[in-house]
Ligand binder design. Structure first.
Ligand SMILES: C[S@@+](CC[C@H](N)C(=O)[O-])C[C@H]1O[C@@H](n2cnc3c(N)ncnc32)[C@H](O)[C@@H]1O
Length: 362
């Protein structure tokens, strides 16, 4: 991963209204959609391996404790249930939990919520609950993060579409910030090749760290269509590009600045993910699931265009500030909010989630 991107890529830190913690409602919804897949995989793993100390990693955990610690809590509850079912709960199980993200991630927000999390976990699990050791692991998942043969279960959600760098040779992707309708074929090819290289590296690194029979459940923001340019996979960036182009037209942003900005992200199809898993060869694909989540997916509250614009801002702001002047941000996202409102009033906008459940061969 390029040093520069390692330092710049992160979700908006802190806990204020614009932070990732407060705006990541879509990512949370995705985690609940994929819960049955994670439960099935970790139960299967437990029945097979029954390790006295079970090592779990969440890769690309970010700072929203309800998301990442919510997953950890669910996984532990599932294993405790499995332990009871096989009558294996006479001893105290140890859990080693690793929360990984890039060094610039706001780990402190998660760490500060740990006392509450641990307290809740103990209450949920009862007297006989063992130990849950939580560790922060700063570093890129496109390199080695753990000792060999160490992990039993790896989870990652909405992180692997982030590339290790903006693909090279896409200088002619003018007026777009990702794969767009007008992107030349070499741009589409360069994005796919970067994803293939990065995802293969990810699998190779994990193949060293995950024990034989260990499992991974990975959810990637992707697409249903075979076409790399499809509305479901590019539209949120298309709308942002429209706003940036308007601001160039009005002289608020230099054209050259826009032409040299591209998002280091690729939204793969399930077929592309499967192909790379098979080609890399260290993991067996057990299950593929493609689901969708609406941009205005509501939980307790009725969410709206304003929430979606804020959600996108918490994801893209650090990258945008690194490239453009910080002072354009307010104007940019006010315009984005408006264009998203118009779009959401007339269209059904969704994100597509590609989830794969994998077992380490051997
Ligand atoms: C959209 S957030 C998802 C966070 C969390 N999994 C959730 O579902 O809410 C994506 C996270 O992946 C992290 N990420 C991106 N590339 C990474 C890499 N190469 N290594 C580790 N983390 C990475 C980002 O920093 C970001 O925090």
């Amino acid at each position: 991963m390029t040093i520069q991107l390692k330092q710049v890529l992160r979700m908006k830190e802190g806990t204020d209204e614009t932070s990732y913690v407060k705006t990541s409602y879509i990512q949370k919804q995705v985690l609940s959609l994929t819960k049955p897949i994670k439960e099935k995989a970790i139960t299967e793993l437990y029945y097979k391996a029954r390790p006295a100390s079970l090592c779990i990693a969440d890769l690309g955990c970010s700072s929203a404790e309800l998301n990442t610690l919510g997953v950890v809590s669910e996984l532990i509850q599932t294993i405790e249930k499995a332990r009871r079912e096989v009558g294996n709960n006479g001893y105290q199980q140890e859990y080693q939990v690793y929360l990984n993200d890039l060094p610039g991630n706001d780990f402190n927000t998660i760490f500060r919520s740990l006392p509450m999390f641990e307290d809740k976990l103990k209450k949920l699990m009862g007297q006989n609950f063992g130990y849950c050791f939580i560790n922060g692991v700063p570093g890129s998942f496109y390199g080695r993060l753990f000792p060999a043969n160490h992990l039993h279960f790896v989870h990652s959600s909405y992180s692997l579409m982030w590339l290790s760098q903006v693909p090279e040779g896409i200088e002619d992707n003018k007026r777009n910030i990702y794969i767009g309708k007008t992107s030349p074929p070499n741009v589409v090819k360069a994005y796919y090749e970067q994803f293939e290289k990065d995802f293969s590296t990810f699998l190779r690194c994990r193949s060293e760290e995950v024990v034989g029979g260990g499992m991974m459940v990975l959810t990637i923001l992707g697409r249903r269509s075979n076409e790399p340019y499809s509305k479901e996979s590019c539209y949120e960036w298309d709308l942002l590009a429209t706003v940036l182009n308007d601001m160039v037209f009005e002289g608020l942003i230099e054209e050259e600045k826009l032409n040299t900005f591209n998002i280091p992200q690729y939204t793969p199809s399930a077929a592309e993910v499967n192909r790379i898993v098979e080609k890399e060869g260290s993991f067996t694909l057990n299950h593929v699931d493609v689901s969708e989540v609406n941009w205005n997916s509501s939980e307790q509250h009725k969410r709206n265009h304003y929430d979606f614009a804020r959600c996108m801002r918490s994801v893209a702001e650090p990258l945008l500030i690194n490239h453009f002047d910080e002072h354009i941000l307010e104007d940019l996202f006010n315009r984005y909010k408006d264009i998203v409102r118009v779009s959401m009033a007339k269209e059904n906008n969704v994100f597509i989630n590609v989830t794969v459940s994998l077992t380490r061969n051997g």
